[in-house]
Design a protein around this ligand. Sequence first.
Ligand SMILES: Nc1nc2c(ncn2[C@@H]2O[C@H](COP(=O)(O)OP(=O)(O)OP(=O)(O)O)[C@@H](O)[C@H]2O)c(=O)[nH]1
Ligand SMILES: [Mg+2]
Length: 197
Amino acid sequence: MNGVGKTTTAAKLAQRFRSLDKRRPILAAGDTFRAAAIDQIKIHGDRLGIRVIAHQHGGDPAAVIYDAVEAAHAGAGDLIIADTAGRMHTKSALIEELKKINRVVESRASGCDYIKYLVLDATTGRNAIAQAEIFKEAVSPSGVILAKYDSSARGGTVFSLAEDLKLPVVFLCTGEKYGDIVPFNPVQYAKEFVGLA
Ligand SMILES: Nc1nc2c(ncn2[C@@H]2O[C@H](COP(=O)(O)OP(=O)(O)OP(=O)(O)O)[C@@H](O)[C@H]2O)c(=O)[nH]1
Ligand SMILES: [Mg+2]
């Protein structure tokens, strides 16, 4: 959904995989709907020195991601991190677009590891769970990244995601800087939750 932190998280992941795992990431500007979205991800790419594959505003996001796959096959990188839109004309249009992107990537990137993360705003509680239910049904994400964790109260979101939806939280985002992303540590989270940290 819009404003949860997807684009920032995409940039953080690119920077993290490059510095820790020595990967060569490419960012794909898959939000072609919002007018400023392409510039926003290009700015992240410029700041980080990471290549961004983008088409024009209004273009087909699946085609952008497909081009990024081609660029990687041609040697420009070995990891594609694709941003997606958070808002379209209607919510169902957004879901249909994600399903289409998913179908295209599944068919064109066979043989590659393909991981789908759902970025949720940690400050939104039950609303985040409701969103997760919809996105799980549509594209079965592999895991969740909780953004804005720095601004949230330690809630039961993580438990509901795991128990009710079988969606593991994989990363927490803890601020606006590129380094503000950490792997989720369930033991530490549980300790903090019950006040034993
Ligand atoms: N405090 C805090 N702010 C964050 C975090 N992640 C993102 N933000 C801020 O949240 C705002 C929205 O972030 P974006 O990355 O643009 O969110 P988005 O989901 O891509 O938004 P749309 O593309 O409009 O749907 C920005 O001002 C970010 O700096 C975080 O972990 N903590
Ligand atoms: Mg965005």
